[in-house]
Design a protein. Structure first.
Length: 185
């Protein structure tokens, strides 16, 4: 009788806990497992919690910019935010690269590559699903580089404003580093 009574007393608390877990899942991960698979990777995730873009004109031809951008093993040479990088394979869809930017350890997969004009990859790290797109447009003797990235996941939703600022800063600085490397070559 006592165990039955205890069970009846605990049941409402367990139901409330279950509802809270479901609510958190719905709020922080409403499309869990579908958002990345549904993407075509020609654009970022427009529904992501954080998104940013940046454009710069680089005084170098598109092939030169492309070669620097897609030589993943040498990112550390021109981008001081990158502390580590490993890639096992060519710059083609499906190739995985693992890297560390500041304290974040990221696993990325190349989704599309159309040399020397377009590359996109998806990336994952704790609490973040990312999509990063790069477009290189030759114009006379320069290349206009446009990059955009989206971050989604529970961590981005929880810390939205600082994550949005961090993402924009990362794109702006990354383009500056790419420009310096390409114009130095």
């Amino acid at each position: 009788m006592t165990s039955r009574r205890t069970l009846l007393l605990l049941l409402p608390g367990a139901a409330v806990l279950l509802l809270l877990v479901l609510l958190v899942r719905v709020v922080f991960e409403p499309n869990r497992g579908t958002e990345m698979n549904a993407m075509d990777y020609t654009t970022i995730n427009a529904n992501a919690a954080a998104a940013a873009s940046a454009t710069i004109t680089i005084a170098a031809d598109a092939n030169s910019v492309w070669n620097i951008l897609t030589d993943f093993a040498r990112w550390r040479d021109w981008n001081p935010a990158v502390q580590a990088m490993t890639i096992n394979g060519p710059v083609t869809p499906g190739t995985v690269f693992k890297w560390q930017a500041d304290s974040a350890k990221i696993t990325s997969t190349i989704q599309q590559a159309q040399p020397p004009y377009f590359i996109s990859w998806s990336g994952k790290m704790l609490g973040i699903n990312a999509i990063h797109v790069w477009r290189l447009t030759p114009q006379d003797s320069v290349t206009v580089v446009h990059t955009a990235e989206s971050w989604d996941g529970w961590l981005v939703k929880l810390l939205n404003k600082p994550m949005q600022k961090m993402l924009q800063k990362s794109l702006d600085e990354g383009l500056g580093y790419l420009q310096a490397a390409a114009e130095k070559s």
